[in-house]
Design a protein around this ligand. Structure first.
Ligand code: GCW
Length: 681
């Protein structure tokens, strides 16, 4: 049965006869020299991959006699690769990069996968197999690839009891009870899937951390996972609860400037490295949403981060310190708090500290303007934190392809050093010359048979890896690859499914939070609509705080006459966004309180436009349903049915959103639904 477990790694036989013939000719024989655990995976992958794709058993050999050879390896590990030269080209692709080349030598036709490390060979192998999976010509290969960001990391918000914060695909993959003895095959399949898209790190535990994971009992279990992942190039990181010295160290304080606290962390880090010599480091959420942190002792984020960084630096570990914070005492616009706390600390962090910033200043909304910290901390390498799990985008049942959302942020211009200072250049380190660079994605993976609940959730995991490797890839290209590998290479299916995917995130924006609205989801669970939520202990836990609807209009004034959050952006950005007439409509209500009667670009009033947007959202989901229904004969029944069922849920939910939001906002606007639009019930 088709349960989606294989993700994009299906290796079904190539259907294009011409291509198949080319592959069979060029890949007469497969040669891989060397025996490391990673090269063993390369061999297995080529054997399974080519076996499936070419429809015949493929043996991987140490040396060959045939004329047309697929050759994979490094110069150091393979005499045959070394004989091909390639020195300069290899130098250029770095430790994880690779070359895919068609080359003639000694009367043979080589198809070469060459790299500087075995891991590079593995990445190249997955790229090469992808070419076959997507049925590309491989006659004249000249691919040079290396990652644009150095650390490409999944963040699991997994608790030790196996529940997953904001997880919608079952329970945590980590079966702590059976670890360290039992290594579930699923761990290896997980690592393999990550390697196939270049992900090279994983934070195993929730940022709302439990200090128990740092005890020897758990560290042994973590070690077993690290050992399982290592051949796939996947480094393990942990979240460090700031109060651990008290909770598991029996100290009286966790003050980062206290010598006993420093010594405790130093010893703890040494212990961890005894278990895991290549441990990646810590991810820390501190002084945010009730988590302990340095501010409890009157210290700064830098004091806290640097103390941990000092403990890690002799071992080569790093600290990823999150900028997602609330200051509980300042009743200021929540959008401003991260910038206010972190911008002044730029230049005070140790070299092995990165500050991890969410894509936007609020919280993983369907659409947010880029976070103002990007471009504002030139001396500190910033990690981009995207959320792959769809906390605010319909969770496990709504189809929302996130590449357009990730790209929108990455391509935003911070103007930090004049025009063209994109967020992507901040993140990849090129704007400020940082050698450390990273992208993190909050995982959407769990124990569901298909890993991600929604079959299309797999595309978002895939997208994260591909963009972390190369943020210049287009959303269309990533969708194209994923569809071909996950469903089929049939042109009608590709174009129609791509269409669905490309419009899906905008559909969610339209039926949930059009025109710059945000955080009007239901209280705490964040799934359905809840624009009416008020009377909570904190103003910014309510929805009315964010939409500010009144009889005059709608939206949050963040200009000079309002919270002035806009002042956190570069002057060029401010100039564009401060005037409602030039502010992109997609951000309008994010920055402005706009009168219900205000005319927008369409010629319609704000109220009418709102009604149209909610309706457009529903219509897009309807269109997806129709497209999908038409593909019944081209998709296996199991996955087809699951997606159909989820689209029905999504359609019902889209209506629920429209009904709830329009009826609620109508109590302020006191205006009728425009003629011709379906009335909310
Ligand atoms: O998105 C919000 C979530 C919390 C989460 C927090 C964070 C891990 O609602 O569940 O906690 O952000 O990113 O720290």
């Amino acid at each position: 049965a088709e349960d989606g477990y294989q993700l994009w790694q299906r290796y079904n036989q190539v259907t294009n006869k011409g291509q198949l013939k080319q592959y069979q000719q060029l890949l007469e024989e497969v040669v891989v020299q060397g025996n490391s655990p990673t090269l063993q995976i390369v061999k297995d992958e080529l054997q399974t991959g080519l076996g499936g794709l070419l429809g015949k058993t493929t043996a991987v050999k140490e040396s060959g006699g045939k004329k047309n050879v697929l050759l994979a390896g490094t110069r150091n590990g393979s005499a045959l690769v070394k004989a091909l030269g390639l020195e300069e080209d290899l130098k250029a692709v770095g430790p994880e990069g690779y070359l895919l080349l068609s080359q003639k030598a000694n009367g043979k036709n080589y198809t070469v996968i060459a790299a500087n490390s075995d891991l590079g060979v593995l990445y190249g192998t997955f790229h090469f197999l992808r070419l076959l999976q997507t049925q590309q010509d491989i006659q004249r290969l000249a691919v040079k690839s290396s990652p644009k960001t150095k650390l490409r990391i999944l963040n699991h918000w997994d608790n030790l009891d196996r529940t997953v914060e904001r997880g919608y695909a079952g329970f945590s993959l980590w079966d702590w009870h059976k670890l360290p003895d039992y290594i579930d095959q699923r761990y290896l399949d997980y690592a393999r899937a990550n390697a196939s898209i270049g992900i090279n790190g994983t934070v195993l535990t929730n940022v709302n951390a439990n200090s128990l994971v740092l005890t020897p009992e758990y560290l042994k279990k973590v070690t077993a996972l690290a050992n399982a992942f290592r051949p796939y190039g996947l480094k393990v990181y942990l979240t460090a609860r700031f109060s651990s010295p008290i909770e598991i160290g029996k100290l009286k304080t966790a003050d980062p400037l206290d010598p006993a606290v420093k010594a405790w962390w130093q010893k703890k880090v040494e212990e961890i490295y005894q278990y895991i010599p290549d441990f990646g480091g810590f991810l820390v959420k501190a002084n945010s949403e009730g988590q302990p942190g340095p501010q409890n002792y009157g210290r700064t984020h830098a004091d806290g981060a640097n103390m941990l960084a000092d403990a890690l630096s002799p071992k080569g570990g790093i600290v990823m310190w999150r900028a997602f914070v609330y200051d509980n005492n300042v009743p200021d616009d929540r959008a401003k708090q991260a910038y206010s706390e972190f911008k002044p600390l730029d230049g005070t962090f140790r070299k092995n500290v990165m500050v991890q910033v969410k894509n936007g200043a609020i919280d993983f909304q369907p659409r947010e303007p880029f976070h103002p910290l990007f471009g504002a901390m030139p001396k500190t390498p910033l990690v981009m934190e995207f959320q792959i799990t769809q906390e605010y985008l319909g969770q496990g049942t709504h189809l929302a392809y996130l590449a357009p959302m990730f790209k929108e942020t990455l391509e935003s211009d911070t103007y930090a050093q004049g025009k063209g200072s994109t967020v992507a250049k901040v993140v990849d380190g090129s704007l400020n010359g940082h050698s450390l660079s990273a992208m993190a994605g909050v995982a959407n993976i769990g124990t569901d048979r298909n890993w991600t609940s929604h079959p299309f959730g797999q595309a978002n995991w895939y997208t994260f890896g591909r963009l972390a490797w190369d943020h210049s890839l287009s959303s269309e290209q990533i969708a194209d690859e994923w569809i071909r590998m996950t469903f089929s290479n049939e042109p009608k299916l590709i174009s129609e499914v791509k269409n669905m995917m490309m419009g899906s995130r905008e559909a969610v924006v339209n039926y949930m939070t059009p025109l710059g609205l945000h955080h009007i989801m239901g209280w705490s669970h964040h799934y359905g609509p809840g624009p009416w939520i008020k009377d909570k202990p904190r103003a910014d836990w309510t929805s009315v705080y964010f939409h500010r609807a009144d009889e005059k209009g709608l939206g949050f004034n963040r200009t000079k006459t309002g919270s002035n959050a806009l002042a956190q952006y570069a002057p060029e950005v401010q100039a564009q966004w401060q005037d409602p007439a030039t502010c992109p409509e997609k951000y309008l209500l994010w920055f402005h309180h706009v009168a219900w009667d205000q005319k927008l670009a369409s010629g319609r009033t704000l109220w009418d436009e709102l009604c149209y947007k909610y309706t457009a959202g529903i219509d897009s989901v309807k269109a997806m349903q129709q497209t999908w229904a038409g593909l019944a004969s081209q998709v296996d029944p199991e996955r087809h049915k699951q997606v159909s069922t989820f689209l029905k849920i999504q359609h019902d939910d889209a209506k629920w959103w429209r009904d709830a939001c329009l009826l609620y906002f109508q109590t302020f606007s006191k205006k009728p639904i425009p003629a011709g639009l379906e009335k909310p019930e």
